[in-house]
Each structure stands twice: as structure tokens, then as C-alpha cells.
Design a protein around this ligand. Structure first.
Ligand code: NAP
Length: 381
């Protein structure tokens, strides 16, 4: 095995907590004997906050207590700025878990300081920001990846196996949804789902998840030959208090799959169906994916209505749990493996696929009327 990958964590919010804890789980529990992660630096906007985060990691419960007991936090520094992490010689790769509108600036700063980067979804606010980051990564020969963890979950491979084997016949229709009730009325103006300056609204926060299912099952279907879909229709409903989108809808058409249509929806004020997050209707049966879209652990193959058509007659349930971590360690393992092979991008989360999804978000945003419609990014700054 190569030497441990040395991580620096930027920000100390909700998702950075989950990610850092997963780095501290035992890779053997997920049968990943070829990887090793250590955390060497925490960057926050204040030293006390960074120290609090480090203390929390040091006293984490199982399964993340494995890392503390096995030296994964040895020598970890709590920095009161992000810049100190970028400059830390003990850090190989920076994980960025700040609000969306800071992703470009933080990633650019880390790349320019010579660090590899794993950046949370949505990668950037717009395509211009993303293009600039990819150009810097190429020029400086640094690894760069959007942290779409769902791509690396066991269930994603299992669903691709079923669909790509052809046993369900051709895909006819697709729909995927991410709906949750964030109780926006009860949140402060500064909440990142409410504040336009932080990229608030449902599209950028929740949109990556219906998108990941469309990308992994339709775009990556062997019959599609990686043909990008057309966007046929977009719609956003506006949350009047702060003018961000309450919900977004966009309809895709995949010419490479004979015109299969995919309806993608997000909603931050409605609880979706607790049982199901995506439905893929195929010639022989339908494949339904359990909630939530970010980390489902089972899917069903369901016969057609009244079983009058299609060769599949029995409903079956297929369970593929995340094991030994809360689901974020798999993407970290991908970063380890790519760097061990000297790659600049992941084949399972390539830059071009981040760009396709970013293009959908740009179009939905620009065709809507939210405060983000004409918002400028920080590209070039
Ligand atoms: N992969 C997933 O499933 C997943 C899930 C949730 C969120 N996310 C993504 O992760 C990012 C962060 O989400 P989160 O839920 O972790 O957010 P959060 O809990 O609000 O944390 C964001 C952190 O960013 C830092 N920050 C820097 N400037 C900030 C500012 N002006 N306002 C607020 N925070 C600021 C803060 O850390 P310091 O004070 O330490 O600097 C803060 O704790 C978002 O882009 C989101 O889309 C991904």
C-alpha cells in the first residue's frame, strides 16, 4: 500500500463533520485494504472552532473512533484560516465543505497553493467557475473531483449492473426527485438554503441528486455512447421571502437512448415519498430506487401493471447497504486510488460529467426568475 493520504479539511459544518468522521473509520470494514487516510489539518474561520472540531473528532464514537486509536489524527493542526491549510506542508489533498458560492474561491486557492482538491457538490455556481478550476488543475497537474459520494456507493454499481445487463430491456422513461422540508420560514436569513448570496434554494443544493441518478443510469448506459441529453423544459417556483427557488423541475431527453425522457425535480418545502426517490421504467419491468437519493440502500424490480406485459412477474427487493462508515469514505478511497495512480481526474466522476450537470443547473437558473438568475461567479478573481 502507498503511504497514507494526508487530508486538510476546510470548514467545520455539517457535511465536513460527516466526511472527516468517515476518514477515521477502518477501511477494512468496507473491504478497502489498499487505502489509508490521515487528517493533518482543520481549517476554520476561527481557531476555537477548528479546535472544537478537532476535539470532536478525537473523541468520536464508533466507527470513527478507529482513526484516533490508530494514529490518523496524530499531529493534526487546528488552523484559524483556510489559507493556513493550503500552505500546510503536511497536507496532500484539501476537502472543501463550505457553502456553494465559496467552492470556486476555496478550490482555486487550494489548487494555486499546490494541493489536490475534493470539493463538495454543487461543484461551482456556474460553468465559467468550473472551467477555470479544471484549467488550473490541468496546468498545475493536480487532482480535482466533485464530491458526489453517491457515485461510489455499492448500490450504484448494483443498479448499473442490472440496467446495463439488458435483463430489464430498454429503458423507456425515468424520473428522480429530491424533496425535503427545510422549514425555510423558521430559518434565519443567513441560512445557506435561504440566503441567495450563499447559493440558496433547492436547485443547487438538492439538484445534484436526481442528476446523479440520471447521469449514472442513462448517460453512462452503454447504449447511450456518452451522448449528452437535451434540456426540453425547465421551471422554478420562487420563495418570495428571499427570492431563491423553492422547487425546480427540468426535463431531459436522451437522443442516444432513442429519446428516453427524464424528469428531474427538487423541492425544499415538501416531504417527498418516504419509500421511493427514482423510478426507471423499462420494457420488462420497472426499477424503483429507495429514498434518499443521496444514499439509498435498496431498490426494487417491479413487474408492470397487472403483469400483462414484460417478462418479469415477481417483485424483488435488492439490498446494498453502505458498510463501516456513513457513506463518504468511498469517495475518499477513490481520491486515494486516483492519486496513487497519478491521475488528475476520476474515471467514475470525470470533469466532463460535472460539466454536464453544471450546464443543467446554469440553464434552469437562467430560465428562472430567482435572485440567482444572473448572479456572477468569482471566476477570474
Ligand atoms: N454530499 C452531501 O451529501 C452534502 C450534504 C450536505 C451539504 N453538502 C454540501 O456541503 C456544503 C456545505 O453544506 P453544510 O450543510 O455542511 O453547511 P453548514 O453546516 O452551514 O457548514 C458550512 C461551513 O462553511 C463554513 N463557512 C465559510 N463561510 C461561510 C459563510 N459565509 N456562511 C456559512 N458558513 C460558512 C463554516 O465553517 P467554519 O466556520 O469552520 O469556517 C460552516 O460551518 C454545501 O455546498 C452543500 O451543498 C453536501
Amino acid at each position: 500500500m502507498s503511504k497514507p493520504l494526508r487530508w486538510g479539511i476546510i470548514s467545520t459544518g455539517g457535511i465536513a463533520t460527516n466526511f472527516a468522521k468517515d476518514l477515521l473509520t477502518d477501511p477494512a470494514n468496507r473491504s478497502a485494504s489498499d487505502v489509508s487516510h490521515v487528517i493533518k489539518a482543520i481549517g476554520s474561520r476561527s481557531v476555537p472552532s477548528a479546535q472544537k472540531f478537532l476535539d470532536m473528532l478525537s473523541s468520536a464514537d464508533a466507527p470513527a473512533d478507529w482513526g484516533g486509536k490508530n494514529g490518523s489524527l496524530d499531529g493534526c493542526k487546528a488552523h484559524g484560516s483556510y489559507e493556513e491549510v493550503y500552505a500546510d506542508p503536511n497536507v496532500d489533498v484539501v476537502y472543501i465543505g463550505t457553502p456553494h458560492t465559496l467552492h470556486h474561491r476555496n478550490t482555486k486557492d487550494a489548487l494555486l497553493a499546490g494541493k489536490h482538491v475534493l470539493c463538495e457538490k454543487p461543484f461551482t455556481l456556474n460553468m465559467e467557475e468550473l472551467d477555470e478550476l479544471i484549467a488550473i488543475a490541468k496546468e498545475k497537474k493536480l487532482f480535482l473531483m466533485e464530491a458526489v459520494w453517491t457515485r461510489f456507493h455499492p448500490i450504484m454499481y448494483a443498479i448499473q449492473d442490472v440496467l446495463f445487463s439488458g435483463k430489464l430491456g430498454k429503458i423507456k422513461r425515468f424520473q428522480a426527485d429530491f424533496s425535503m422540508n427545510f422549514n425555510a420560514d423558521k430559518q434565519p436569513d443567513s441560512h445557506r438554503m435561504v440566503d441567495p448570496a450563499l447559493g440558496g434554494g433547492s436547485l443547487l443544493d438538492m439538484g445534484p441528486y436526481p442528476s446523479v441518478w440520471a447521469m449514472m443510469t442513462l448517460f453512462n448506459h452503454p447504449s447511450n455512447n456518452k451522448t449528452p441529453p437535451n434540456v426540453l423544459f425547465t421551471h422554478q417556483t420562487i420563495y418570495k421571502r428571499s427570492n431563491v427557488d423553492l422547487n425546480s423541475r427540468w426535463l431531459l431527453e436522451f437522443p442516444g437512448l432513442g429519446g428516453v425522457q427524464a424528469l428531474l425535480t427538487t423541492d425544499m418545502a415538501t416531504l417527498g415519498c418516504g419509500e421511493m426517490t427514482a423510478l426507471i421504467d423499462c420494457e420488462e419491468a420497472s426499477l424503483a430506487i429507495a429514498w434518499g437519493p443521496f444514499k439509498p440502500e435498496k431498490f426494487w424490480i417491479i413487474p408492470h401493471i397487472a403483469r400483462k406485459s414484460g417478462s418479469i412477474t415477481e417483485k424483488t427487493e435488492h439490498s446494498h447497504p453502505v458498510v463501516g462508515n456513513s457513506g463518504m469514505a468511498y469517495e475518499a478511497d477513490e481520491v486515494f486510488r486516483c492519486l496513487a495512480k497519478g491521475k488528475l481526474e476520476s474515471e467514475r466522476m470525470p470533469w466532463d460529467e460535472s460539466k454536464i450537470v453544471q450546464g443543467w443547473f446554469d440553464q434552469v437558473r437562467k430560465e428562472g426568475t430567482s435572485a440567482l438568475k444572473d448572479m456572477k461567479g468569482t471566476e477570474g478573481q
